[in-house]
Design a protein around this ligand. Sequence first.
Ligand SMILES: Cc1ncc(COP(=O)(O)O)c(C=O)c1O
Length: 419
Amino acid sequence: MRDLFDRILENKGPLGRWASQAEGYFVFPKLEGPISNRMKFQGKDVITWSINDYLGLANRPEVKKVDGEAALEYGAAFPMGARMMSGHTEFHEQLEQELATFVSKESAYLLNFGYQGVMSAIDALASKDDIIVYDVDSHACIIDGVRLHMGKRFTFKHNDIESLEKNLERATKMAQQTGGGILVISEGVFGMRGEQGKLKEIVALKKKFNFRLLVDDAHGFGTLGKTGAGAGEEQGIQDDIDVYFATFAKSMAGIGAFLAADKEIIDYLKYNLRSQMFAKSLPMIYVKGALKRLDMLRTMPQLKAKLWENVNALQNGLKERGFDIGNTSSCVTPVYLNGSIPEAMALVRDLRENYGIFCSIVVYPVIPKGLILLRMIPTATHTLEDVAVTLEAFSAIRERLQNGTYKRLSAAVAAAMGE
Ligand SMILES: Cc1ncc(COP(=O)(O)O)c(C=O)c1O
């Protein structure tokens, strides 16, 4: 018999195998200084394109004031216990009401973390007789939620309505046998590639099939739609989203999340979301902080307007220079380049050290082998000068990638990794 740790020590996992080359620089980097468009990385000033503080709320004095006052009044712990037992306050309720109104749903329920909340929502919504049909490129929290499901599940090809339809046909047949229903899951915005989920087309299928739709709108909330209510508002189908989810970890620059739906559904979820029933309630610092952030999100449309000015300048500039930014239809700005993982490492090092540009790098196995994805998140704190500097830098690194500079620089790493 093997020791449990033998396998773990032999195989660190698809990302873990890069730890010795990557840790502290490409992964687990330490960005320092106030959260903004310019921060410090290893003592150098960098333009930061990797922080989901879309509306630039994280470091605003009026936001930090509310956070600080709540910390002084309540400490970090209050309220203690799960919502159901002892962790409930009038401010939790107030925030839920305001969130529900903002996203045009009857009711909302707070979650202490989005990830666990989505998992639990899937677990609570689908019984073993129900069938789940979900986009194959779904966020890890959806995949893990589906893993909890005891019944059948089907994936559909990413954002492919024909594939969804085929799988709905299969799911419908199966549901007729089990006596269950169907839960379809998609995202408002797919966070790696920036494509909006085809929610309008998905809800159109409700005419043909009987299903309920859960949408994870982590990146859409605050950034899309006329009022910032997200991808459902943007696509004009918010009413047809049966269960809406968004996190506070992006536009709201905090921690926590919420689900919104018809009152009866939220009433059910309150008593059946295991990750909330058996875990501590969202602390008051985050509840009071979220009330302030939501108020700013609603009343300061100039923040979203500035965000989009930057998004458009960056995305148009990249396209004009011939970069492949895929099919993004959100603020998430991917730049696809061809190259190996060692080349990607040399390129990102060049960007950070010589051009002062900090963006996230995504490689295989998250995306196909041979592709490098530089993922950029514009925010309202960026300036058009940041965009101009970044576009120049990108043109320079593309040239160095194409003329083999990074291949030469990375030859030793490539040899060591057997690439
Ligand atoms: C699409 C998506 N869903 C869910 C989550 C998890 O949310 P949280 O950070 O609140 O746990 C994230 C990441 O924040 C996300 O990008």
